[in-house]
Design a protein around this ligand. Structure first.
Ligand SMILES: [Zn+2]
Length: 175
């Protein structure tokens, strides 16, 4: 952040009064611009033992497979965000989402909240963020071509939970 979104003046980085860490502060209008972690929402959508994956059409991780996920938008709930991202990236609706995997990725200021859900109707083709979408049993998942470590770990947990038939909420960190 270089300039104040309110008045356009250059920002300085300093610890405001009564605060305990550096912020972007506008010396001109006095505004303090906080930066906070970003929430990523997504879905582990299953239909009869097969999991929905999307092959990425965009960087980073172009051509790799991932679960549908993306940034939560202002004005939507976590579940709505997961449903929207799944629809945008795969063309599928999701049904009955439950919290499943919560991931802290402190290094990149992100929190992932992934929902497990049933796969609903397909109402559109894969979006422009996806080269293709597919439904995979755990054995069929392209394990060597999964885009992100958080997604890989989520899929590994889900595979184990499918075997057990029990789906607790998982909380884990990615360094
Ligand atoms: Zn300002």
């Amino acid at each position: 952040m270089h300039f104040c979104p309110h008045c356009g003046a250059p920002l300085t980085r300093k610890i405001p009064e009564a605060d305990d860490r550096p912020r972007f502060v506008c010396e001109s209008c006095g505004a303090v611009h906080y930066q906070n972690p970003i929430v990523v929402v997504g879905a582990v959508a299953e239909s009869e033992g097969r999991i929905l994956l999307c092959r990425r059409a965009i960087e980073p991780a172009f051509d790799k497979w991932t679960l549908p996920a993306g940034y939560l938008e202002i004005g939507e709930t976590l579940q709505e965000g997961a449903a929207r991202e799944t629809l945008e990236e795969s063309g599928y609706h999701i049904v009955d989402p439950h919290p499943y995997a919560i991931t802290n990725i402190v290094r990149v200021n992100q929190v992932y909240i992934m929902f497990r859900c049933a796969l609903g109707d397909r109402v559109a083709a894969a979006g422009r963020e996806s080269l293709e979408v597919g439904l995979f049993t755990p054995e069929e998942i392209p394990w060597q071509q999964i885009a992100f470590r958080s997604i890989l770990k989520t899929l590994e947990l889900y595979r184990t939970d499918m075997e057990k038939g029990s789906y607790p909420v998982h909380l884990f960190d990615i360094a």
